[in-house]
Every structure is written in C-alpha cells, then in structure tokens.
Design a protein around this ligand. Structure first.
Ligand code: FAD
Ligand code: SF4
Length: 577
C-alpha cells in the first residue's frame, strides 16, 4: 500500500519561511485538522500552530507491540506516571505505550476546588486527541438542537439539524464511518460504510429488545470512524485492537491519518509543531484579530504570526484559556468576551451507570479478533411517551464478550488446576454503560488562576465543574434502565453498577466554554461559529457547543468546523472580513 505524506513528515515544512498567512489555525487535532483541510482546499495559505511535538506514524505508532515487548508488560512505568501524568492516567485509554500521547501534567498544571475534582485529559502533539479517541461518532438531532429552547434552559442553539446535515454528510464521507441505518428520529442516519458485525450475544439482545420494545429501544452496532473497506491509501481495519496506540494502516480517522495529509496535498499548508499560542493580537480600530503571539516550546523564542482569519481549535478549555489570556483594554475580561460567557457553561457527559448480565447459551462460540467498536443504544428517555423525572437522557455503549483468563485472576488457585482454569472461557457477558447529558450552567467554569503558570510562564486555569441533581438522577436511572434491557433479553446474574458518578471531565467530552447563540449579549459565537465581538475570529472546537446532547460530540465539532470554514472564506471573498 502506498504511504501518503503524513503529519510527521511535515516536520520538514514546519519552519515557516513567512510569518504572514491567509489563515491561522490554532491546534492540529480533530477540529484543527478539519480547518486545515477545508481552508487550504478553498485556496487559503494556512498556518497550523500546534503546541506539541510532531508525529511520525512509522516511529510513534505502536499498536502491534505485544506486552512481552514492553518494559513494564503494558502496565507502564508507575513511578514516572505518578510523577508526571498523575491526572492523565485516570483515562481508561492510558497505558504503557499510549501514555506518550497524553500531556505532561507537571508542565501543564491546572487547579480545581479541593472537593470538586475535574479530569482534564489533554493530548499535546500533532493530531491532538484524535490519535487516542474512541472513534464513536453520532449525529445530534433536532431533539438536541431544540432542547434548550424547549426546556427554557440556558440559550437556544442558533442552528437546527437541517443547517448541519449536509456538513455531517461531508465529514462522514471523508472520514469513513461504519454503521447501520436505523431510521430513528433521535439519532439521524448518516453516510455509512458497511457495519461491523454483532457477535451472537449482541444479536440476541438486539432481537429480544426489538420483540419487547419495538422501535422505542433499539440496540445498534456502534457508529465508528473506522474503515471497514479500504479507501485510497487507508487500509480496512484488521481488528488488532489497541487503537489508542496509533494505527499504521490509517484505518481509523485521525487528523494525522487523514485531514492533515489532505491539507498538505494542496501545497498551501504550513504546519508548525512546538508552537504554543500564548495570545491573540487584536486591532481595536478594525475590530479584528491580526494574528497570534507564539512561544516556541523548545527554544522559548517569542514569535508573532499574522493572518486575515484565525480559527481556534485548541480544544474547548484551552480555547477559553487563550481568550481569557488575551484580554485587551476593550475586552478586559478576555478577548471576545463582552457577554461574560467565555469559560462558562463547561460541560462533559456523566457516566459510570449501567449494568451487566450473563447468558448460559453459546458455549461453543467465541470472539475472534478485537473489534474496535461496541454496541449503541440511542437515548429513549423523554422521547415520545417515555417520560422520566429528569430532563434530557442518556445512551448506552457497551457490548458482549466471553470472560477469558482474566476472570480467573481474582479466584485463588495454583498449579495444574489453575492453568487448566485459565484456558477455559467464561460465559457470555453483556454490559451497558451509560453516557448522560449534562446541562449548561454558568457556574461550571474555567477562570485564569491568579498565580499558577505552565512551564512556559503562561497563566493556567482554575476549573470548577460539578454535577447537578438532573445529571445525578440520570446517572441513577442508567442502572435501572440497563437492568431492564438485560432482563428483557433473558440475561441472568444481572449486576447493576456500584460505581458512583464519574468525575466531571472523565468522559473526555469537554465543551461549552464559548457557546453559540442568537444574541451577542448572552453568547460568544453566532450561528457560523464567528465571534460576535471579533468577526474574523472563528471558534469551532467543543467550546462552541450550546448544549451537550448525550452523543459523543466530535462528529458535530467536525461538521461545524467544515461549515464555518466555508462561510469564512465566502465572507472573505465578499470582503466582509
Ligand atoms: C480517550 C478518549 C476517547 C475519546 N473518545 C471519543 C469518541 O469515541 N467519540 C467522540 O466523539 N469523542 C471522543 N473523544 C473526544 C475527542 O477526542 C475530542 O472531542 C476531540 O479530539 C476534540 O477535538 P479538538 O480539535 O477540539 O481538540 P484536540 O483533538 O485535543 O486538539 C487540540 C490541539 O490543540 C493543541 N493546542 C492546545 N492549546 C494550544 C495552544 N495554546 N497553541 C497551539 N496548540 C494548542 C493541542 O496540543 C492539541 O493538539 C475522546 C477523547 C479521549 C481522550
Ligand atoms: S483495530 Fe483497526 S482501527 Fe484499531 S489500530 Fe487496529 S487496524 Fe487500526
């Protein structure tokens, strides 16, 4: 298979020969990659500034490394991790190999109130979190876009599903999404590659749920940004498993695997890793940003780049930090912050509720390969006649598997009997894990810390974020609802989750810190992701989200990014910017 140029090879073109560009994109992750692709393909000479290191898949990806080839057999260097990555290690995807794709907590500190922790998972490298993400992709529907207005909560989204649908199509066509069409109002279908197969237990649960609940509660295969058919230089997935360590066949979507190479192919991309944007430069006379101030992460040199458009794609909380750290005389509370909403309305998804159950059947069947995907049960609470004692709802992710030798680890044993037991597979077990919607609240916010700074002297953040009674009610209901589904499927030994609600941030879905809205007085961005206060400034990462839905959100960020890029270039062409 021919290998296309990759973001790591872009190292050679990182040293910008000019400091003036048509567009500047801050961040090279999920949304920055999309901004780079769209802006360069629309003809703009685009500079992508990335705080972290370059990535070269042939050197950095390690998904095929076996535990016996790892120094700590996959468990990681605990002393190093405790010293440098104490926060990041709380992610389920953090391991001995993937830890290199996570931020160093000592260089990049933040604080929280003592009794209100927040897990801020970050990835500082070309590709950002798109290298380590779980790749689950779901569209939002008008149930979500109309939710705030319907419930009288926060502010109304300035767009509806019809505004975003063509952009979802565009993104899905490019990234490659495998999934099944289900014709559900709350979870619009997309442009799908062939779905991954259910295993026998999942197919059984799907069928039994259909018998009991009809179309009200549906179990579908996860919609996942992984190729099930080869596409150009990207190969079909071969089910090797540990995707959080990279993917040398580029089967899953990341900016390194797909959008950055597309941008590079235009000849109009300049990608500069090791470039920490510390602030935006604002011209009050023109009400425009004129560029960005950068500190070179390695040499610590201070640099400045200019551009006619600036796109912030640094991830929701970093983008808020950048705005708050770019205060001017006109915007003493942070650039583009006349509404006082920058940093507020921080959201994640609540998780850790659910249940698991066993099946006595199919002892002659086992799982072959490591499918990088699970099942999905779209939200059913507060839809149609299914009313709950809270607003909004949750979806279930999960899947079925046969317990393997790991199950025997907890039981006492020794010698031949233990070895024999380790070769026996356990029963089929099905698990449902809930992801619940979080409501936007102005008190959940990030503010600039009065004294804490990062390793480059840039002020860090203080993050205050807590669940409300609504989210806690959602969390409790996940257990009840998951047990109901397992009972309907005929499972035995059903066990509800005993885990308390997740720590905010732990679901990896930070969003909302520079929300879109219909009114400049109550929102930061208009319906085109354009800052009300600074028309040539666009924010398209999760900061822009007005509500969180309960779906994994990155597909929506990507679609909003593509849409905003086209609008920005049209406005530039009309000389409105
Ligand atoms: C373990 C895990 C699993 C996930 N699973 C899913 C999933 O299944 N589905 C889903 O929808 N989402 C998932 N997510 C979330 C998803 O990864 C993020 O929503 C997405 O990556 C956000 O895109 P982004 O462009 O805003 O940020 P990122 O992809 O994080 O990219 C931001 C980039 O900006 C850079 N940057 C930050 N500050 C600066 C600065 N000042 N100057 C220059 N560069 C800067 C960073 O280094 C980074 O490279 C998961 C995340 C994690 C960690
Ligand atoms: S399981 Fe598939 S997507 Fe994941 S690393 Fe392996 S080939 Fe890539």
């Amino acid at each position: 298979m021919a290998t296309p140029p990759c973001a790591g090879e872009a190292e050679a073109v990182t040293q910008a020969r000019t400091t003036d560009f048509d567009a500047i994109v801050v961040g090279s992750g999920m949304t920055g990659g999309w901004a780079a692709k769209e802006l360069t393909e629309l003809g703009l000479r685009t500079l992508v500034l990335e705080a972290g290191r370059p990535i070269d898949p042939s050197r950095d990806y390690a998904e095929h490394r076996a535990p016996f080839e790892m120094r700590f057999r996959g468990l990681g260097d605990r002393r190093y991790v405790a010293r440098r990555q104490a926060e990041q290690q709380r992610s389920v995807s953090f391991d001995e190999v993937s830890h290199r794709f996570w931020t160093d907590d000592v260089d990049n500190p933040y604080s929280t109130p003592a009794n209100t922790p927040f897990d801020w998972f970050r990835a500082r490298q070309v590709g950002g979190k798109s290298i380590i993400w779980g790749r689950q992709v779901y569209r939002m529907s008008d149930l979500d876009f109309e939710a705030n207005a319907r419930d009288g909560i926060a502010v109304d989204w300035p767009i509806r599903y019809a505004d975003l649908a063509p952009w979802y199509d565009r993104v899905e066509r490019f990234i490659g999404v495998s999934g099944r069409a289900e014709q559900l109002r709350q979870l619009p279908d997309g442009v799908f590659l062939p779905p991954m197969a259910f295993n026998i237990a999942e197919q059984h649960v799907r069928d039994r749920m259909a018998q009991r609940y009809g179309r009200e509660r549906v179990l579908t295969i996860g919609r996942v940004a992984v190729l099930t058919e080869a596409r150009g230089a990207r190969g079909a997935c071969h089910y090797c498993g540990p995707c959080q360590r990279g993917c040398i066949t580029r089967s899953y979507f990341s900016s390194v695997n797909a959008t950055l190479p597309a941008a590079q192919a235009t000849g109009r991309l300049t990608l500069r890793p090791w470039s920490i944007v510390r602030g935006l430069v604002y011209d009050p006379a023109r009400r425009r940003v004129t560029g960005v101030r950068v500190v070179d992460a390695q040499s610590r040199a201070e640099l400045e780049f200019t551009g006619r458009l600036v796109f912030l794609c640094a991830s929701a909380i970093e983008t808020a930090r950048l705005l708050l750290n770019s205060a001017t005389r006109e915007f003493p509370g942070g650039l583009a912050n006349s509404s006082d909403q920058v940093g507020r309305n921080l959201m994640d998804h609540i998780k850790n509720g659910g249940a698991s159950g066993e099946f006595a059947q199919w002892s002659d069947r086992e799982v072959i390969g490591q499918r990088p995907n699970g099942i999905y049960v779209p939200r059913f609470r507060n839809i149609g006649g299914n009313k709950a004692a809270f607003v909004r709802g949750f979806g279930f992710q999960g899947g079925a598997n046969r317990a393997g030798w790991q199950a025997a680890l907890r039981a006492p044993g020794i010698g031949v009997a233990l070895k024999a037991r380790l070769t026996q597979l356990g029963p089929w077990t099905m698990a449902f894990n809930g992801y619940g919607e979080m409501l936007p609240r102005p008190t959940n916010r990030a503010t600039v810390h009065p004294s804490l700074v990062d390793a480059w002297g840039i002020p860090s953040l203080h993050i205050t974020c807590a669940w409300s009674d609504n989210e806690l009610a959602i969390h409790r209901d996940m257990n009840v609802a998951a047990a109901e589904l397992l009972e309907a499927a005929g499972a035995r030994n059903i066990v509800q989750s005993t885990r308390g609600p997740s720590t905010p941030g732990n679901a990896n879905h930070e969003m909302g810190t520079a929300r879109m809205g219909r009114d400049a007085r109550t929102s930061v961005l208009n319906g085109w992701n354009q800052a009300w206060d600074v028309p040539n400034l666009f924010i398209t990462d999760g900061a822009c989200m007005t509500s969180s839905g309960c779906q994994n959100p990155s597909l929506t960020y990507m679609a909003l990014t593509a849409r905003a890029c086209h609008h920005a270039v049209e406005e530039l062409t009309r000389r409105n910017l």
